[in-house]
Design a protein around this ligand. Structure first.
Ligand SMILES: Nc1ncnc2c1ncn2[C@@H]1O[C@H](COP(=O)(O)OP(=O)(O)O)[C@@H](O)[C@H]1O
Ligand SMILES: [Mg+2]
Length: 389
């Protein structure tokens, strides 16, 4: 039997496979190179912006903020490019340690919260207590922030996003569920592949490169976990389920089966009414979103007069006051709140952390003095402490 044609065909297919591998390798190398080359000029741009912010030139503040936002966006894209290049070449090293899952979720919410505030999504968070995992915290935060950002991005304004975390056998499960635009059944099986994106009718102003979920999947697998996407189709919302090996509380670093404790609890132990006063609208909304994500009820005011009005009906347990408010500053507002007889616990929020500032806020009746940028973890436990007293 003459097998010449068979052999030729086999050689051709081997050559094609080899060519495809080579092309794929070149693509990965190109991505890595592109990432590096784009990141280099970003560093001095970011530094220059920081200097401008430091000098606080009021005349160009708006423009500076625009450049800052866009440059940060660019930086995130470039970081994604670099990450995906590194991850696909298997050169990401995980720095694992044991961490409470709740802490990772809080930090990730912090990253995503400006987008949630901007789109006015309702966010509900329910995290079972005492879930511990042994992971690279920065990488896991990145994974969770990616899922949360997607949920916020691919959901029309005023949507509903839920985050749940609970134990399931030997796994910790985190579900991020939205009621957004959903994913159609043709795209769904490929959604974790690089560059895969759905046709988007939405504006692409915040569009990414379609790398986020590829990064999520690779990182989660490297952690020995898994991630899955579900959607009933367009307009039906999506949910992403993340599974990670759960760490038993007492076994040092060992993975063990956990059976009890399906009980779910909101992040805050007791919900409080929290008034947030900041003349910077973005800052106020961001903070209010974060406070709500902790399980509290939040209201916003942008100046002293309206803060007093809101306080009269809302009767906050805790008031977080920016000190540098126009007209009536935070100290004055604090005094007037006290004078009205309503006695919220007071937290001062300032850009200054000098001893003198702390003394002044203490004498105005503030019990806590938090310096910007706010550490949400710290704020969360401060609120807990104040209402627990
Ligand atoms: N929660 C979600 N709801 C609907 N579609 C989503 C969701 N998350 C991801 N997608 C779809 O998956 C695609 C890939 O997501 P991702 O890898 O994060 O890239 P990017 O967000 O940069 O487009 C998105 O472009 C979008 O079409
Ligand atoms: Mg994304």
């Amino acid at each position: 039997m003459d097998v010449t044609r068979l052999v030729l065909a086999q050689r051709a297919s081997e050559a094609a496979l080899e060519e495809a591998r080579r092309a794929n390798k070149m693509k990965d190398e190109f991505l890595a190179l592109l990432g590096h080359e784009l990141r280099n000029p970003m560093a001095p741009i970011m530094t220059a912006l920081e200097l401008m912010r430091f000098r606080g030139d009021a005349a160009t503040q708006r423009e500076r903020e625009v450049i800052e936002r866009q440059a940060n966006h660019l930086l995130r894209l470039v970081d994604d490019l670099l990450d995906v290049a590194r991850i696909t070449r298997g050169v990401v090293e995980l720095k694992r340690r044991r961490v409470p899952l709740r802490e990772l979720i809080t930090k990730a919410l912090e990253t995503a919260s400006p987008l949630f505030a901007e789109k006015r999504h309702r966010l509900s968070v329910s995290v079972a207590p005492e879930l511990e995992v042994e992971v690279d915290p920065a990488r896991l935060q990145q994974v969770l922030a990616n899922l949360l950002t997607n949920a916020a991005k691919y959901t029309n304004p005023g949507g509903e996003v839920q985050v749940r975390a609970y134990p399931d056998g030997a796994d910790a499960v985190v579900v991020v569920q939205d009621d957004g635009i959903g994913i159609d059944s043709e795209t769904l099986p490929h959604i974790f592949e690089m560059f895969v994106q759905e046709q988007q009718g939405l504006d692409r102003s915040r569009g990414g490169l379609g790398l986020g979920l590829a990064i999520v999947k690779a990182l989660v697998q490297q952690h020995g976990g898994s991630v899955a996407a579900r959607s009933e189709g367009h307009g039906r919302g999506s949910s992403f389920e993340l599974r990670l090996p759960l760490l038993a509380r007492d076994e040092g670093g060992e993975t063990a089966v956990r059976t009890e404790g399906g009980e779910q609890m909101p992040v805050a132990t007791a919900p409080a009414r929290v008034l947030v006063v900041d003349d910077n609208q973005d800052a106020a909304e961001l903070l209010a979103t974060a406070v709500e994500a902790m399980g509290h009820e939040a209201r916003i005011a942008h100046d002293g007069a309206s803060a007093l009005e809101v306080a009269a009906t809302f009767e906050p347990h805790v008031a977080i006051l920016d000190i540098g408010l126009p007209v009536m500053d935070g100290y004055e507002l604090a005094r007037r709140l006290r004078a009205r007889g309503s006695l919220p616990r007071l937290i001062a929020l300032t850009g200054y952390g000098q001893e003198r500032d702390k003394q002044e806020s203490a004498s105005a009746g503030f019990e806590l003095h938090i310096v910007k940028p706010v550490d949400l973890q710290q704020l969360g436990s401060s609120i807990e402490k104040l209402i627990g007293r």
